[in-house]
Design a protein around this ligand. Sequence first.
Ligand SMILES: C[S@@+](CC[C@H](N)C(=O)[O-])C[C@H]1O[C@@H](n2cnc3c(N)ncnc32)[C@H](O)[C@@H]1O
Length: 443
Amino acid sequence: MPVNTRRAALRIISEVEEGGYFNLILKRELKGMEEQEKRFTSALCFTTLENLRRIDYVIDAFTKGKRVHAFVRNVLRLGVCQLLFFESVPESAAVNESVKLMEKSPKRQLKGFVNAVLRQIALRAGDLPYPSREEEPALFLSVMYSYPLWLAEKYIREYGMDFAEEMLSYKKEGADTCVRRNARKVTAEQWENKLTGAGFAFFKGEYSPAAWYIRNISAVDQLGLYKKGVLTVQGEASMLAVEAAHIRGGEAVLDVCAAPGGKAAYAAEFGPSRLVAQDLHPHRVKLMEETFARLGVQAETRVADAAVPIPKYYGAFDCVLVDAPCSALGLLYRKPDIKGNKKEEELAALSAVQREILETCSRYVKPGGRLLYSTCTISRQENGENVDWFLERHPEFAEGRLVDHISEKLINRAKGGRIQLFPHIDHIDGFFIALLEREGEKQ
Ligand SMILES: C[S@@+](CC[C@H](N)C(=O)[O-])C[C@H]1O[C@@H](n2cnc3c(N)ncnc32)[C@H](O)[C@@H]1O
């Protein structure tokens, strides 16, 4: 593989390290490359970021904890990544190509150091000094699967070591994109022909009747069917959250954390007479309006803080969706660039906001109506504990029968009105869904 691929990879991981968006930087750097070069560069960056803690642990062990300049560390990271995870790259190429990256750099005087460190690591590749699973279980999980130590400790505490390891070691297989048919633009009968006509290989989702997976597509927003609004990209777990709300034709529906509009657009398919979709951030409301325009969805959109009461909404909605801002731990398995940066303090702060939003928005539910609380996280603090807290304060609400509104394949996993989905068990995003019903006769 020519040196330009590794140079591009070096620029990408350096920029991500400085806070840049992986997908955007990757897209820029891949422009103009041959297909094979694109595949190698993407895989090298993805694998390096996905295994960053493990790679750094190895580098630190072989540089005896010395401070290593950021540029040199990134060169070493790419080299170690190839040595540990790329069987197709010979050891000599992994080392020599890394040394070449040093040659034209301001740190070229350290190319001997890079050469020596990588050669030592190559020699010990089958026998690296990782932490012991028995003696330091949390450190072992954190290093081997490259997650923050606090998260490994939390998962061990909440789920036990074996389950925690299954969660943290899970990797997304394949490159399938989950999409939803937009019933406004294409009938169920036309749908498969449309996908076939566009040359896609595709298959149906396992849980949601609306979920379809298209194999190996990139730049979805450039596809004709996407631009025309025939399909939209949405995770299957997110579809399940909307289905759990069992919205019926003619109902008034409010989505209080709605941008960029995925769930609200799906909610529209169930024929509400009124759909209000709001979000805190004006730029995200704009994105949502673009989504709705593309899909032909009619909704009242608004910028609003869901924690601040709107008295005219009291008792006005049959169904209120609270798809709360959350720590997104359920998505980390497919987000190599952010999985290592999550901060524990975030969780308590988010839980407080989620409670405020639940408290405020529960008032908008009509007697006999539903409050659907969802997050894309795996954190009891943000999920079950919030629902317990809410139900304790609101005896007028009770858990609904989620089993009536969720795929048969998930019935055993639902407890009362709630379900926690796990990527390593369900092979979809790690969502939490809770269906809460307000007592009283539906008018
Ligand atoms: C999980 S995302 C929503 C995804 C959306 N429901 C969908 O399916 O496309 C959470 C949203 O909550 C918004 N948000 C954060 N704090 C909020 C608040 N206090 N009030 C309203 N929206 C808020 C964020 O801007 C973000 O768009």
